[in-house]
Design a protein around this ligand. Structure first.
Ligand SMILES: Cc1cc2nc3c(=O)[nH]c(=O)nc-3n(C[C@H](O)[C@H](O)[C@H](O)COP(=O)(O)OP(=O)(O)OC[C@H]3O[C@@H](n4cnc5c(N)ncnc54)[C@H](O)[C@@H]3O)c2cc1C
Length: 381
């Protein structure tokens, strides 16, 4: 049987997961381009229960492993008005043990990398892509090492995707005036597998369990304010915000600062190129969405290849089906998460109304709460 050649550009979490997922399909050969990734030591990702089985299957991850923290409950604390409003979510509401599993990006990336290196069906090229020539018949990738031809190129090269640029796929990008700070805290009261999300005028502070008395912190606030923080006032802000729930907190004296931005592409393919993960969509880190969207890109595309056994993976019918099956899901989440983000960060009356309706709906609607717990935040699904 003819073997078709697929190149995956980008060996981040999405690129490596995709390579492993596709490696079992008989009629393709996979080449993965990129260097072993190194994420911020504080960056963790909550993988929704509905996606976690992918890693149980590909990596043999076990939910009771020390490096994996179960998220059984979360509390949204709205401090926008003088009177606090609290909404509680519990995985038991939807008969699940946990609604998500929190894992350090570096731990997951190391496990994926090890598995890739042991997988004979994946050719790993530790090089960056510098050029792309594509048309409807073939696609050529250029590296410092030379050129190679593929039947399909998959851009998994993150938010600054060179593949998206070279394939001339149109996109919109917005950089918000806020920045994202990630760090970790020790706390005196166990978190009880609970994530806390504190909404204030113009800021958001989230804690996500990394062990019993440790939680990862994601803080979104005005860039100037974040840039001017020193450890003492960061420690104080976090302690003042979370001590009611977690007791005394001590913040790690190191932290990373990331830009707050969103990206949305006009379509997910062109000629013999498709995009997956953050090369196709970037949304603010609210409600465990970003990676989970990328994992759904992977499952959708892999199922399409399985359904089209022995067919050229770069044909238009497959690529446009991928686009049709993924675009709306991505767009809806892009819209709803950005609307929610703006309603938190913006004091404008219109946004406050949206936010109040969102809170009321979340409090009262069992269906919306179920969607939130199983598929992440999408108020307009
Ligand atoms: C603070 C924060 C918290 C988050 N929390 C969650 C969460 O709880 N749940 C969730 O689902 N999502 C979360 N996300 C989103 C999630 O982290 C991202 O969606 C995910 O990591 C994106 O993975 P990726 O592989 O698409 O991109 P990346 O991790 O950026 O990987 C892209 C890779 O491509 C490589 N590359 C770039 N250019 C080239 C080239 N020319 N040639 C070869 N390789 C190249 C890069 O070196 C990199 O390794 C969060 C995001 C942030 C910022």
């Amino acid at each position: 049987m003819q073997k078709y050649k697929i190149a995956i550009v980008g060996s981040g979490i999405i690129g490596m997961t995709l390579a492993l997922q596709l490696s079992t399909i008989n009629h393709i050969n996979i080449t993965l381009f990129g260097k072993k990734p190194k994420y911020s030591e504080f960056k963790t990702t909550a993988i929704l229960a509905t996606s976690f089985n992918l890693y149980e299957r590909l990596l043999g991850l076990d939910k009771s492993q020390l490096q994996i923290s179960k998220l059984k409950k979360f509390k949204i604390i709205d401090e926008l008005k003088t009177k606090k409003k609290i909404i509680d979510f519990d995985a038991e509401e939807i008969n699940l043990d946990s609604f998500a599993y929190n894992i350090r990006d570096n731990f997951l990336a190391d496990r994926l990398y090890k598995e890739i290196r042991n997988n004979d069906s994946i050719i790993f090229k530790g090089e960056f892509i510098e050029g792309l020539e594509d048309n409807l018949n073939s696609t050529i990738l250029n590296t410092s090492d030379g050129a190679a031809e593929f039947d399909l190129v998959i851009g998994a090269d993150g938010r600054n995707s060179i593949i998206r640029e070279l394939a001339e796929i149109n996109y919109s990008k917005k950089t918000y005036k806020e920045s994202i700070l990630v760090t970790e805290i020790d706390h005196s009261i166990p978190n009880n597998n609970t994530s806390f999300e504190i909404h204030r005028n113009g800021s958001l502070l989230t804690s996500v369990p990394t062990s019993n008395k440790k939680s990862a912190i994601v803080m979104i606030d005005d860039s100037e304010k974040i840039d001017s923080l020193d450890w003492d006032n960061l420690n104080k802000i976090i302690n003042d915000s979370l001590s009611t729930y977690l007791g005394n907190t001590i913040t790690n004296n190191k932290y990373s600062i990331l830009p707050s931005e969103t990206i949305n592409v006009e379509k997910l393919y062109r000629n013999r190129v498709i995009l997956v993960g953050e090369s196709a969509h970037v949304i603010p880190p609210i409600g465990a969405q970003g990676l989970n969207l990328g994992l759904r890109d992977i499952i959708t595309f892999s199922n399409l290849l399985l359904d089209n056994d022995a067919k050229d993976p770069g044909t238009k019918s497959i690529l446009s089906s991928y686009n049709n099956m993924r675009w709306l899901d991505i767009y809806k989440r892009y819209k709803s998460v950005n609307l929610l983000y703006q309603s938190m960060m913006n004091n404008n009356v219109g946004y406050s109304a949206v936010r109040n309706i969102g809170f009321l709906t979340l409090n009262r609607s069992r269906r919306i709460r179920n969607i939130l717990l199983t598929e992440g935040l999408s108020l307009n699904k």
